[in-house]
Ligand binder design. Structure first.
Ligand code: 0O2
Length: 212
């Protein structure tokens, strides 16, 4: 496929990612402006690279003429939360919106993957307006805690380094690190109310200082 054609296909996905970043960041701002705790700590996004799309298509035997339907994460949004409880709050927020329609969801938090991976995945349909008219796109939204993200980032790098041949001792280390992350998230949940109180009063104080 020519580079120009790739650009035509991928540009709307870049628009979707940019729009969604603005929208999720706006949610953070809305919480901040009323002095409330935001269940979203941080949001990032990316469009899959051409080489990564080709790699996935090959791995999953996907024909290039219908890859946009089959590869659901061409546009990806990652939402980071402080606590596990916040993840489900964010899921509710997404479900209530009229600009995102849920195609499917996977709860890898209550159903941890064999690798130790935990995260909540939602595939949504999202419309963008282009010069050629409205385009309905799929976007993968990954929602996870900061701790889950720490684990997933390290594991992803090691997966990339070793491909299919990750040494058994590294796999075991990752597995016990995943267990430690699970415990860390649970411990943090116990003190969640305390932390939220502290952050709320800090935000309110900071706002008062900023107003002066
Ligand atoms: P990248 O490089 O992250 O963009 P599959 O991809 O075959 O495992 P499926 O059904 O396509 O499965 O989607 P799934 O399981 O929801 O996973 C999609 C994405 O979730 C992956 O994207 C990863 O980002 C993340 N993910 C899933 N499992 C793991 C895991 O064990 N470790 C880590 N670190 N991340 C995981 P891609 O396509 O791998 O690409």
């Amino acid at each position: 496929m020519e580079i120009q054609l790739w650009r035509e296909i991928l540009d709307p996905y870049a628009l979707a990612v940019n729009e969604l970043l603005i929208k999720f960041n706006h949610i953070i701002d809305e919480y901040k402006h009323v002095g409330a705790y935001s269940p979203i700590e941080q949001v990032t996004g990316r469009v899959k690279t051409i080489s990564s799309i080709l790699e996935k298509a090959q791995k999953k035997n996907i024909e290039l003429d219908n890859f946009e339907e089959k590869i659901e994460d061409i546009a990806g949004i990652r939402i980071l939360c402080q606590f596990v409880e916040d993840i489900y709050k964010v899921v509710d927020i997404i479900k209530k919106r009229s600009d995102m329609k849920i195609k499917n969801e996977k709860d890898y938090i209550n159903n941890m993957k064999k690798s130790g991976y935990r995260s909540y995945h939602i595939i949504v349909y999202y419309d963008v307006e282009t010069l050629k008219g409205r385009k309905k796109l799929q976007v993968e939204i990954q929602i996870r805690t900061l701790a889950m993200n720490f684990w997933a980032t390290i594991e992803h790098s090691l997966q990339y380094k070793y491909k299919q041949n990750m040494p058994e001792n590294i796999r075991e280390r990752l597995s016990s690190a995943a267990e430690a992350i699970l415990i860390l998230d649970r411990e943090m949940s116990v003190v969640r109310d305390e932390i939220m109180d502290a952050q709320n009063s800090f935000t309110i104080k900071a706002n008062i200082v900023a107003d002066i």
